[in-house]
Design a protein around this ligand. Structure first.
Ligand SMILES: Cc1ncc(COP(=O)(O)O)c(C=O)c1O
Length: 357
């Protein structure tokens, strides 16, 4: 049977799918605002490149040096500073397997991306979960929780599920005070959506050898189903992670799509503009309805609702709108709602109005 550590673990729960909800409620039209995907679809340059991939009968070149150099160049890093993943999810898992021994501790916020505690527990290590303060990472308390057993310090910036981010003083404290032997894992899955001034942790790679900066193409690049994530880190850290990575974890299709998406500046600009417009539409609706939402720097809101989150979630599902209930995200009383197109946002707002009436 399975290892003891698995007894206290539940599998990761993704947002419900459109097909599942359409079938369950007999709906012909369902809007998904549950998984922070890009409502504009995928980068067209990526789609074209994927369509041109030939030779699927051959194993791809697993080193991906050109792609890694392309990812490294804006930061004056090299291919040795980059690891590629089957989504950044896989990289979180690789970090846990490569860097944690049983009993080691990993400090993180709560709520934050639910995969961190799952990955940590899966290797018999211990997540130390520090509540957010006003929806933001409490860096003082997180640093105070670091002990001789701490090996990882997770920062999700902007944070899933709140959309909030650290300020410049928080970053300075981390760089100054986090002990050298602790690996700082910064997950910036949503950084492309962040408002200026953006703290791009990869720009600070020279300040900390022991830092890994996670990125993904699942969000603004619109390639969630392709599965492509990547991370920047010191060469020794990346070399350790490479020992755990499975060969050919990034498919030829994913590598081709990612390479093309990186240069799709038009799609990124359109996606960001749509998100900014949706952010304004939803934040003014929330204010009008008297619903508190944390200031978001991502493509989703964590909004407070005057009823149990699961009740609101189920009621919205029946109206054909999928969001995430905060009940499953350690965020009771709130919903996490992805910013959609103007039509999707309008449908959500009118569904919320009828729910609150
Ligand atoms: C903070 C954060 N990190 C990582 C991921 C996973 O991204 P990927 O699709 O690259 O595995 C998500 C997905 O929702 C996320 O919110």
């Amino acid at each position: 049977m399975s290892r003891r550590a698995l007894a206290c673990l539940a599998p990761y729960v993704p947002g419900a799918s459109i097909d599942e909800i359409a079938k369950r409620y007999g709906l012909s039209h369902v809007i998904k605002l549950a998984s922070n995907e890009n409502p504009l679809g995928s980068s067209p340059l990526a789609l074209a490149a994927i369509g041109n991939v030939a030779s699927l009968h051959l194993y791809a070149d697993d080193a991906h040096i050109t792609l890694k150099n392309q990812l490294a160049a804006p930061y004056e890093l090299t291919a040795q500073n980059v690891i590629l993943g089957h989504g950044s999810n896989e990289l979180v898992n690789i970090v846990a397997h490569a860097l944690l021994d049983p009993g080691d501790e990993a400090v993180m916020a709560m709520p934050t991306f639910s995969l961190y505690p799952l990955a940590v527990k899966s290797v018999d290590a211990v997540p130390i979960e520090i509540p957010l303060r006003d929806g933001v990472h409490d860096i003082d308390a997180m640093l105070a929780a670091v002990t001789a057993k701490t090996r990882l310090f997770f920062v999700c910036d902007p944070n899933n599920p709140t959309g909030t981010r650290l300020d410049a003083a928080d970053w300075e404290r981390i760089f100054a005070e986090l002990p050298e032997q602790v690996t700082l894992v910064v997950d910036q899955a949503y950084i492309e959506y962040a408002d200026a001034p953006v703290f791009d942790a990869a720009m600070h790679s020279a300040r900390r050898e022991n830092m890994l900066v996670l990125r993904t193409m699942s969000k603004i690049y619109g390639l969630a189903a392709l599965r492509f994530g990547y991370a920047y880190g010191g060469a020794a850290l990346i070399a350790s992670l490479e020992k755990i990575r499975l060969p050919f974890n990034v498919s030829a299709l994913a590598a081709a799509g990612a390479k093309a998406a990186l240069s799709d500046v038009d799609f990124i600009a359109r996606s960001r503009a749509l998100n900014e417009r949706g952010k304004a539409e939803l934040s003014s609706a929330f204010a009008r309805l008297g619903l508190h939402a944390y200031p978001t720097h991502a493509n989703f809101f964590a909004v407070k609702i005057p009823m149990a989150a699961n009740t609101a979630y189920e009621a919205l599902l029946r109206q054909g709108i999928i969001v995430r209930s905060g009940d499953g995200l350690h965020m009771p009383g709130r919903l996490r709602i992805t910013i959609g197109t103007t039509e999707q946002n309008a449908a959500l707002i009118s569904a919320l109005e009828s729910l609150l009436a």
